[in-house]
Ligand binder design. Structure first.
Ligand SMILES: [Fe+2]
Ligand SMILES: [Fe+2]
Length: 270
């Protein structure tokens, strides 16, 4: 029986987006079936690639070179969904990477349950975005995408607390800030399929931020350190750029991110 870490590497080394998502969902289903049967899979350790495999398309460009389109047009809305699809595919890899890369850090089983569930949800989100793009006559890979997405993973490849601080607690929390505005764009256009898909994503992303906060606090508790201080230090060290208000304070609170975690960083990093 393959270990969870080996399964994570299989997902990371699958290039095609739909194939990556399908394998991710299959591994998640097998993990939870084994957990429910009282015979959990071994977590194990693995040697994940520094960067995950990705399809030949989309072309990856520096963010400033990714063409911007106005959201008031169908073309602009396709570009928006394409950007979200790219983020979701990256998120599938990020959640499997945290499982594969930090197998040497002893963690409770609930840690793996949370990231397997998050990876499964990201796979569903990627599929939803692909379905929306295809319904609008496009597809994932049709446009250029942001090249810098894996940077946070590389920067925190040897620091689990740094990974939790930057990925779920900064980047995924940012998703909570911007998704309502995105849903409004599709509401104005009356595109009900995209609205429903984005509302699913919005609801489930709160959980991913919460998993980050939960396990970050757990690790701080284990070493008897002050979570807020440690968080500020790690974000200043690993995150490049400012935390941008306005923040979705309500959803951030729901996810276990209090204002004194993020406001001081918004003011100091620039
Ligand atoms: Fe997602
Ligand atoms: Fe997520």
């Amino acid at each position: 029986m393959k270990t969870l870490a080996e399964r994570a590497v299989e997902v990371l080394t699958t290039a095609d987006g739909r194939a990556k998502a399908a394998l991710s969902r299959q591994h998640a289903a097998e993990w939870f079936a084994a957990r429910e049967a009282g015979a959990p899979l071994t977590v194990g350790t693995a040697d994940p690639p520094l960067r995950p495999s990705r399809p030949a398309r989309p072309e990856l460009l520096p963010p400033r070179d990714v063409p911007r389109r106005r959201p008031g047009t169908a073309e602009g809305r396709i570009a928006l969904l394409h950007a979200v699809a790219h983020i979701e595919l990256n998120a599938v890899d990020l959640h499997w990477d945290i499982i594969a890369r930090f197998g040497h850090v002893p963690m409770p089983m609930g840690f793996y349950d949370d990231w397997v569930k998050a990876a499964d949800e990201e796979s569903k989100h990627f599929n939803l975005m692909c379905d929306c793009l295809e319904a609008m006559g496009s597809h994932y890979g049709a446009l250029a995408a942001h090249a810098g997405m894996w940077r946070a993973a590389e920067d925190t490849a040897s620091d689990l607390m740094g990974r939790l601080a930057v990925v779920p607690m900064v980047l995924e929390a940012r998703g909570l800030d911007v998704t309502p505005g995105m849903i409004d764009v599709f509401r104005k256009a009356g595109e009900t399929g995209a609205i429903a898909a984005l509302e699913t994503i919005y609801a489930e992303e709160v959980g991913h931020v919460a998993y980050g906060s939960k396990w970050f606090h757990f690790l701080c508790g284990r070493e008897n350190s002050d979570p807020k201080e440690v968080f500020h230090g790690l974000v200043r060290h690993y995150f490049h750029g400012a935390l941008k208000p306005p923040f979705n304070e309500e959803k951030r609170a729901e996810a276990g991110l209090p204002p004194d975690f993020y406001w001081p960083l918004a003011e100091e990093i620039g």
